[in-house]
Design a protein around this ligand. Structure first.
Ligand code: ADP
Length: 191
């Protein structure tokens, strides 16, 4: 199973990503987590990306593609992946799609976790103690929401045109969101 999770910060990508990866027995690849690990261990890449993460800006494509590309290749040995946080711009989506298409390995479904901005803000506010400086900083939260609208929302039509988009109402409780995703995936399967 190859899944991509799209959604605003606070939409539940990380939570659902973990649950879905366990359900399908494939690795959960979170671009944000990979980048935060580099920052935490103070690698060369970590030093290059730290300021972007703190501001809530996107990290330049080249840096993200490197780290996520390696993780996807590694994950493919396990029969797929749940990708969370990547792609996030049309340029990233196009590059990832071209590369995957050459290998005959494009995503089976792209799940859009749909939440209004005020719900996203409220959830990020609750997450503050979880040690993410970009959740604790109001201007970084606003910047991430702004970037999501400007850069990531256009991916809905990109994947919609390719027939793989699965929109999900993500304002429901966590288990209900998971159930809705699994139900939609079954429906896709029997099309
Ligand atoms: P959220 O969706 O809650 O903002 P993520 O963990 O997905 O959390 O991302 C955190 C930060 O990591 C982003 O604000 C951005 O700086 C960086 N990042 C993650 N994925 C990407 C990506 N695909 N392209 C560019 N930057 C990214």
């Amino acid at each position: 199973m190859r899944l991509v999770l799209l959604g605003a910060p606070g939409s539940g990508k990380g939570t659902q990503g973990g649950v879905l990866a366990a359900h399908f027995g494939v690795p959960h690849v979170s671009s944000g987590e990979l980048l935060r690990d580099h920052v935490a261990t103070d690698t060369e890449l970590g030093r290059q990306v730290r300021a972007y993460l703190e501001r809530g800006d996107l990290v330049p494509d080249e840096l993200v593609l490197d780290v996520v590309g390696d993780a996807i290749v590694a994950a493919s040995q396990y029969g797929g992946y749940v990708l969370d946080g990547f792609p996030r711009t049309l340029a990233q989506a196009q590059r990832a799609f071209d590369r995957a298409a050459r290998a005959g390995e494009t995503a089976d479904a792209v799940i859009y976790l749909d939440v209004p901005d005020d719900v996203a803000r409220a959830r990020l506010g609750l997450r503050e103690e979880a040690d993410r400086t970009d959740d604790a900083d109001e201007s970084a939260v606003e910047r991430r929401l702004e970037v999501f609208h400007a850069e990531t929302l256009p991916l809905l039509s990109f994947y919609g045109e390719r027939g793989v988009l699965v929109p999900i109402d993500a304002v429901q409780p966590q288990a209900a969101v998971t159930a809705a995703i699994l139900e939609s995936l079954e429906a896709l399967d029997t099309r």
